[in-house]
Design a binder for this molecule. Structure first.
Ligand code: FAD
Length: 461
């Protein structure tokens, strides 16, 4: 292992971007302190990737364990950074680590802001994803579903939500609502394959006939699209056949959630769209005609935005935190990772952003990894021009951060305790004959850790 660089980097978050960045930073000899909102590391790899992808999740956990095993890496789980958290970003800056890297993902929810979307039975995909993946406190929230659930959006997250609605909630109907047409769908066919058997072919044929006059003049062949969309519909669902029919509504933009006098949702009004070419891309253009779709639940799967409370300024639209608009000609690639304060019109010296905090909802784990590792290289270049700290100074700063966060985050789950938790959950899964077992609340996690620690110390003493 390379000798110590004399630098302490505080990394906010422990999702894929933060963890892969940590791996590279530790390799360079930097001491890394991870402050993670969730007790367990992994971010969306732990709490986002679909339930049935056990192999993929376990493969990622294995890599994350290796990164966290480095003696240069210190982990504090259960510590949220930000105005509502255990420590503010500005307080962290005051405690003078050599650099701060924000890899906190995109924790805000994106809404279309249509009238009625703040009432019951309207959900954001990420909240639901966190719920079924058992992330506290979403694990214990209720998400009542009606019989006809509209999922807005047509990307991979829609496919996961549809999978959950088909396989676990077994709702009678899922209606996928897309602004544009079938050609512009964003999901990867592999993600729909497990539930393609549930696509209602008759309804799909009728829907493609409905939009044919608007799309065929653009050279889009609806017969080809039918074949494409149903090519896996013969695949027997591994989870068994259920009652759900999956339908599609193309060229539709939500305008209003329609509720009766009691506030119950009775439909969603959508505007009909056509497609027009803008800057080499087909964009949706409203036609002014509206239709009410008879749905009783709506899930928005249209991407996420960054958290407003973290202490960094989001770009317009919330698709990431603001980064340096004035790149150094000697190191232009670094600018995209350097946090910037647009009010003060200056760089936040020593603060960097990576992963979905930089580009919300952008790509899969591989992309977050690449971004984290590129960001780590930028941070290492920055640190190579700064004086280092003594070992004593590094541990003094870590101690100060620990004391500060302990005042508000109770209790902080460090690496050793997280390992105990992993073991308890693994044993519990074995006992119950499950692929995996997760405690659904932070209290249960902490209690089970404390009981194990106590049993061990009773035995030892
Ligand atoms: C529903 C869904 C399904 C997906 N399925 C797949 C898939 O099958 N395969 C695949 O490769 N990719 C998948 N992805 C994409 C993948 O999960 C992301 O690319 C990746 O997780 C982004 O990494 P990140 O580290 O930037 O953010 P995240 O994974 O979101 O990690 C953010 C981390 O920051 C922490 N945090 C948040 N706020 C704070 C704070 N204020 N203070 C301290 N810590 C904080 C969180 O606890 C978390 O640990 C999926 C994404 C979603 C939403």
């Amino acid at each position: 292992m390379q000798g110590s660089s004399g630098h302490l980097v505080v990394v906010v978050g422990a999702g894929p971007a933060a963890l892969y960045a940590t791996g590279k930073l530790a390799e360079k000899g930097h001491t890394v302190l991870l402050l993670n909102r969730d007790i367990k590391p992994g971010g969306l790899a732990e709490y986002g990737i679909y339930l049935s992808k056990h192999k993929m999740k376990e493969g990622l956990r294995k890599q994350f364990r290796q990164i966290l095993a480095s003696p240069r890496v210190i982990y504090f789980g259960g510590v949220q950074v930000g105005d509502a958290g255990a420590i503010r970003l500005s307080e962290l800056q005051d405690l003078k680590p050599s650099a701060i890297v924000v890899g906190a993902g995109a924790q805000g929810t994106k809404s279309l802001g249509v009238p009625g979307d703040d009432g019951s039975h309207v959900y954001h995909a990420k909240d639901l994803v966190y719920h079924y993946n058992l992330l506290p406190p979403f694990s214990r929230k209720e998400f009542p579903m009606g019989n006809r659930v509209a999922v807005i959006g047509i990307g991979n997250v829609m496919a996961d939500i549809a999978n959950y609605l088909v396989t676990i909630r077994k709702v009678p109907e899922v209606l996928v609502v897309a602004r544009r047409g079938p050609v512009e769908r964003k999901y990867d066919d592999r993600e729909m394959r497990p539930i393609a058997w549930h696509i209602d072919k008759e309804a799909l044929q009728a829907e493609l006939e409905r939009v044919r006059p608007r799309l065929e003049p653009l050279g889009q062949d609806m017969d080809v699209q039918f074949k494409e969309l149903t090519k896996d519909s013969h695949v027997e669902p591994k989870a068994g056949r259920g009652p759900t029919k999956i339908k599609f509504r193309f060229l539709a933009s939500p305008k209003r959630i329609v509720r009766d006098e009691t506030g119950r949702m009775v439909g969603m009004e959508v505007e009909e769209n056509t497609l027009e070419e803008r800057r080499g891309q087909l964009s949706a253009k409203g036609l002014g005609e509206t239709t009410i779709l008879p749905v009783d639940t709506v899930v928005f799967a249209i991407g996420d935005v960054v958290d407003l409370d973290l202490g960094l300024t989001p770009v317009k639209g919330g698709w990431g935190y603001t980064t340096n608009p004035n790149p150094d000609p000697q190191d232009a690639a670094a600018a995209g990772y350097q946090a910037y304060d647009p009010q003060a019109e200056q760089l936040l010296d020593g603060v960097f952003v990576i992963g979905w905090s930089r580009n919300a909802s952008d790509g899969v784990v591989g992309k977050a990894r690449l971004d984290g590792e590129k960001g780590a290289a930028v941070v290492s270049r920055y640190l190579s021009q700064r004086p280092g700290l003594s070992r004593r100074e590094i541990y003094h700063r870590i101690g100060s951060i620990y004391r500060r966060v302990c005042e508000k985050a109770a209790p902080v789950v460090h690496k050793g305790l997280w390992r105990i938790l992993e073991r308890i959950e693994r044993e519990e899964a074995g006992k119950r004959g499950l692929e995996e077992f997760k405690f659904a609340t932070n209290e249960e996690m902490v209690q089970s850790i404390q009981e194990t620690v106590k049993t061990r110390s009773d035995r030892a003493g």
